[in-house]
Design a protein around this ligand. Structure first.
Ligand code: BDR
Ligand code: CA
Length: 333
């Protein structure tokens, strides 16, 4: 089994990725750490513990991480994820049974020090916690097998035309993480749009009987129906865009569902479904219009040396095999 620490900002697609990790027999989930991102830490942290319990793995240690990016004010993606990160889905009670006292970066450091093997970090949110780890304990970089990250792109952004959410929220953290000599695998937005399921798959999920499938259907596949009060809460939360009824309707008009964090988790579970290549990459941190843009140097006539290349870019995904992996892990509950 591959030992992993999952760092996430749960988040509906983070929850789907945790569902996969908890069901997979290929991963040994040592801990989950939480970060501010899709919504604030006051939601992402309890959401993470609650979904792990729902997935039958409430015993996995959970450490609380950064409540804001390294140097910038946070902004949210609560139009997509709802005011509480789970599209308003509420748990009857919160669990804190496996919460650890150490903060995320310190807890990751402890595991890296103590674990006999190298550990893979799967980072599904802004990279703040991982950057704090690498800044505070550079000696532990060699204990990280690789970082697998959801974010970056060739040319397509989501909150901005060129910036992908997890990079744009904390570009300085991304820059730190790709420049410390740790093998870094970016699962970019453009590629992961191919990690998708169809409306027919979503209908199948709706017909499954488990509590986990019910949760995944409601939070990932059901049309977004927000009350006026929820819309007000989203629009007051520092969200990336203003939510209107029209915008919600537009978001609900979908034939396919791209599962971004789930696609990234699939790369951790089954890298054979993907292809990747090493490049030199940098991120814009001081731009006027292009903050968070990750450029990948693909020039043939001016080749970077192997030592200069700093990031593996995941270039293709087998969408059908991804969908069947996702569905079979969900069906196992
Ligand atoms: C990424 O940003 C978040 O909204 C999702 O959870 C995912 O990690 C997509 O750009
Ligand atoms: Ca995420």
């Amino acid at each position: 089994k591959i030992p992993v620490i999952i760092d996430c900002d749960t988040g509906v697609d983070d929850a789907g990725a945790l569902m996969m990790a908890c069901a997979s027999d290929r991963l040994d989930v040592l801990a989950v750490t939480t970060v501010s991102g899709n919504v604030g830490l006051e939601h992402t942290h309890p959401n993470t513990m609650n979904v792990l319990r729902l997935f039958g793995r409430g015993g996995i240690p959970v450490a609380k991480g950064a409540d804001r990016p390294l140097v910038r004010p946070p902004f949210k993606a609560s139009a997509v994820h709802g005011f509480n990160g789970l599209r308003g889905y509420g748990f009857a009670e919160n669990t804190t049974e496996a919460e650890v006292a150490l903060p995320a970066a310190a807890y990751m450091a402890k595991l890296l020090e103590e674990h006999p093997e190298k550990i893979t970090i799967v980072a599904l949110g802004p990279l703040t916690n991982v950057a704090i780890l690498l800044l505070s304990r550079p000696d532990l970089a060699e204990k990280i097998d690789k970082i697998i990250f959801m974010g970056a792109s060739y040319q397509d952004g989501n909150p901005s035309p060129l910036g992908t959410f997890n990079v744009l929220v904390d570009p300085e953290a991304f820059r730190i993480c790709i420049s410390r000599g740790v093998d870094f695998y970016a699962c970019p937005l453009d590629t992961l749009r191919g990690a998708c399921v169809t409306q027919a798959d979503a209908d199948r999920v709706r017909g499954m009987k488990s509590a986990v499938a019910d949760f995944i259907y409601k939070t990932e596949f059901a049309p977004r129906v927000y009350t006026d009060e929820e819309i007000d809460r989203i629009n007051a939360s520092g969200n990336e865009e203003l939510v209107t009824r029209e915008r919600l309707e537009q978001m609900n008009r979908k034939e396919k569902f791209a599962l971004l964090d789930q696609g990234t988790m699939a790369f951790a579970i089954a890298p054979e479904l993907f292809t990747f290549k090493k490049y030199y990459c940098q991120v814009e941190c001081a731009g006027t219009f292009m903050n968070g843009f990750t450029y990948v140097d693909k020039r043939d006539y001016y080749k970077k040396s192997d030592e200069e290349k700093n990031l593996f870019f995941v270039e293709t995904v087998d969408g059908e095999k991804f969908a069947s992996l996702f569905m079979s892990l969900l069906e196992s509950y």
